[in-house]
Design a binder for this molecule. Structure first.
Ligand code: KL2
Length: 517
């Protein structure tokens, strides 16, 4: 069995605590209404009741309270950030006088889960700003049928909920936040309320931390009538992808977790994953059709577009295999998730155009996350080695096929382009209706871009005659409506993400679809 190397992280908790302390001090300096200048030599430092354990998950096992972000890892290592000296904290005060009356014992802080706002009142006492985003539902249907007779309507959500571990590894991205809103107990209650409020029939979530999934998220969603399926990332990271669907609406036909890590294949040496389910509408719908629902979170590293493309190719090969029906057609596909690529990127173009002329593209430009990426290395054929067993058409090769000509034509890895056989359309247009501003799906103190998508197999066309319309729509999904995204300026008005009200650095994408009989 292959054993992945484990880095020693003995000093990580202390280091992460220091990072949180620096963040805390920085935040107080920025927001405290009462800045009392003290002489750091003869005046004692006020007690900081904001502890590592307060931001960390309160139910998080102690041995897991390490910060992989402090390790040397090209995917997670933050760019160099100017660090503030800890002595700066001595000049910041929340106005609470030091002394036994105001200090809460460390033991009590770690033991008692407390309702929001009671333990750290000074952290919630900031200037009141509006933190709730206004998002409108946009009706999009040009359907021949205005009612759902003979059709099955359902909603789908894609949402990267920001794992607590990744939040703690990258605290420099959340310096705009009141530390209070970064605590897991606050974030969990907001996230669950949000999921419950939208009540999507299918939820595709990313960055779901396994312990939070097992102990909190899954039990809660099951209580609400969902069936939950989960795939954790390979390697050391604690998070993974999840698909939940309402048992009253769907039954599970098959489940396919996908690991992108492939031993011995250099381009697939990262720990990202995908999860695929094939669902059937519940019997009462009278519909004997399937849909293939997929979620993934591709590699973050903006410089490694080559890896992102190989991960996507592997996922597309698996989708093509599992979505294939007995009659040789492919059932409608919903491909959701965080692709760590922007809408103008070659990776996005590959998904929506089903083809990409990749040779010569600098690997740092594949995802379009950075405007001026470093490094000049360009993509050259083959993108992935033949040993992976995936052709240039992003399909598994038939190993039993003895005809060398067929093998050659289906492999085609020395071609300068790749293709896939799924016809996928994005639910969102990436520009807001009305003002034409760029839509944003993720934002924090360093960026505001679109990287999350819901792609779907669209019904081909809408003909005028009723019969033609029905025939055309049989092939795919009809997009009925979507919850509009927002612009960067709207996000600035609510203090970016996460904020008091929205507890991830991503927004949920939600759409309603119609599947015809
Ligand atoms: O962009 V993301 O956030 O889709 O919201 O996906 C990754 C990043 C996620 C999983 O790897 O962790 C975040 N700088 C900024 N964000 C990072 C970094 C980094 N160096 N490393 C990981 N993430």
């Amino acid at each position: 069995m292959f054993v992945r190397p484990l880095s020693a992280v003995a000093s990580a908790p202390a280091g992460a605590a220091a990072a949180v302390w620096r963040h805390c001090c920085w935040y107080w300096r920025k927001t405290s209404p009462l800045i009392i200048t003290r002489n750091p030599i003869n005046s004692p430092r006020p007690p900081c009741s904001f502890t590592w354990s307060a931001v960390s998950s309160s139910d998080h096992p102690r041995h897991l309270r390490s910060s992989p972000g402090l390790m040397k890892n090209p995917d997670t290592e933050p760019p160099p950030v100017k660090r503030r000296k800890s002595s700066e904290c001595e000049y910041a005060s929340d106005g609470v006088q030091p002394g036994p009356k105001n200090s809460v014992s460390k033991e009590r802080r770690e033991r008692s889960p407390v309702p929001p706002g009671t333990l750290y009142p000074h952290l919630t006492r900031t200037k009141e700003i509006r933190t709730e985003l206004k998002r409108q539902w946009e009706e999009l249907t040009e359907s021949c049928e205005t009612t759902s007779v003979g059709a099955f309507d359902f909603s789908v959500m894609s949402y990267n909920i920001l794992s607590q571990e990744l939040l703690l590894s990258n605290t420099y991205l959340y310096r705009h936040c009141n530390p209070y809103v970064l605590q897991w107990h606050h974030r969990f209650s907001n996230l669950i309320a949000e999921l419950e409020h939208h009540s999507a029939d299918i939820m595709c979530l990313q960055e779901v931390q396994e312990d939070h999934y097992q102990r909190q998220i899954k039990p809660r969603l099951e209580h609400l009538g969902y069936q939950c399926e989960y795939k954790r990332r390979t390697g050391r990271k604690l998070d993974g992808c999840m698909i939940a669907f309402k048992k009253s609406h769907f039954t599970l036909s098959s489940l396919h977790p996908v690991e992108f890590f492939r031993q011995g294949i250099q381009i697939l040496d990262r720990d990202n994953v995908g999860l695929i389910v094939v669902l059937k509408p519940a019997l009462e719908s009278g519909l004997d059709r399937s849909i293939c629902v997929v979620t993934t979170h591709l590699l973050y590293n903006p410089r490694r577009g080559d890896i992102k493309l190989a991960q996507l190719a592997l996922l597309l090969a698996e989708i093509s295999r599992v979505a294939l029906q007995d009659d040789g057609t492919t059932c409608p596909v919903l491909l959701c998730g965080d692709f760590n690529s922007v809408p103008t990127s070659p990776l996005y173009t590959f998904i929506t155009d089903s083809k990409l002329e990749y040779a010569g593209i600098p690997i740092g430009k594949v995802s379009g996350q950075e405007e001026s990426p470093r490094g000049q290395r360009v993509l050259t054929p083959p993108l992935w080695p033949p040993s992976l067993g995936i052709s240039q058409l992003c399909q598994y090769e038939c190993k039993t096929n003895a005809d060398p000509d067929v093998q050659k034509s289906s492999n085609g890895l020395n071609m300068r382009h790749i293709e896939h056989g799924l016809k996928l359309t994005s639910v969102y247009s990436h520009f807001l209706k009305g003002n034409g501003h760029r839509e944003i799906t993720t934002c924090h103190s360093r960026t505001a871009i679109t990287v999350d998508y819901i792609f779907y197999s669209a019904a081909q066309s809408h003909e005028s005659s009723y019969t033609e319309c029905r025939a055309a729509q049989d092939q795919g999904l009809e997009l009925l409506s979507r919850l509009a995204l927002v612009s960067e300026s709207q996000l600035r008005q609510v203090n970016l993400l996460p904020n008091h009200r929205h507890s991830s650095d991503h927004l949920p994408l939600i759409a309603r679809f119609r599947l015809h009989t």
